[in-house]
Design a protein around this ligand. Structure first.
Ligand code: ZN
Length: 144
């Protein structure tokens, strides 16, 4: 196990634009505010969702699409840099009309109906995503 020590920096609370792509809206906001490292949370609702399930045997994300209106019960994750740009890694728990849960790795294609976010900047650690050979995932490099 390894970690990097940081301190709380700036904190934002706000809304994602109506019908914006949820993942992209977080990344666009981070680029605009020059956020290099942060924790992210979002609650609200989406008109449709695309989530990923990482198939560990095949080493690929399998996409799952939901063309229905869903609540964002919880969307948690982080921001760090990948190829010099803020990259959001978010996992989402969604609730349907019957109260059933769906969830996974947030992908592009998830359309915001309403989204309230909190972003807490973490100052100090430099975290960069890079291809990890063991998992085939873009994970944080230890010596970043
Ligand atoms: Zn993930």
């Amino acid at each position: 196990m390894w970690s990097k020590k940081g301190e709380k920096g700036r904190v934002w609370i706000g809304r994602a634009p109506f019908r914006a792509d949820l993942l992209e809206s977080v990344q666009v906001f981070a680029a605009k505010e020059n956020i290099k490292c942060a924790r992210v949370e979002v609650i609200g609702a989406v008109e449709r969702a695309v989530i990923g399930y990482y198939n560990q045997d095949k080493r690929v994300y399998e996409e799952i699409e939901f063309n229905e209106h869903l609540e964002i019960l919880s969307c948690l994750g982080n921001l760090s840099l990948r190829d010099g740009e803020p990259a959001a890694h978010l996992h989402v728990t969604l609730g349907d009309r019957q109260g059933n849960l769906k969830g996974g790795h947030l992908q592009k294609g998830t359309v915001v109906f309403a989204g309230e976010f909190v972003i807490e900047e973490i100052i100090g650690p430099e975290l960069f995503r890079e291809h990890d050979q063991e998992t085939d995932l873009p994970l944080w490099r230890k010596d970043g």
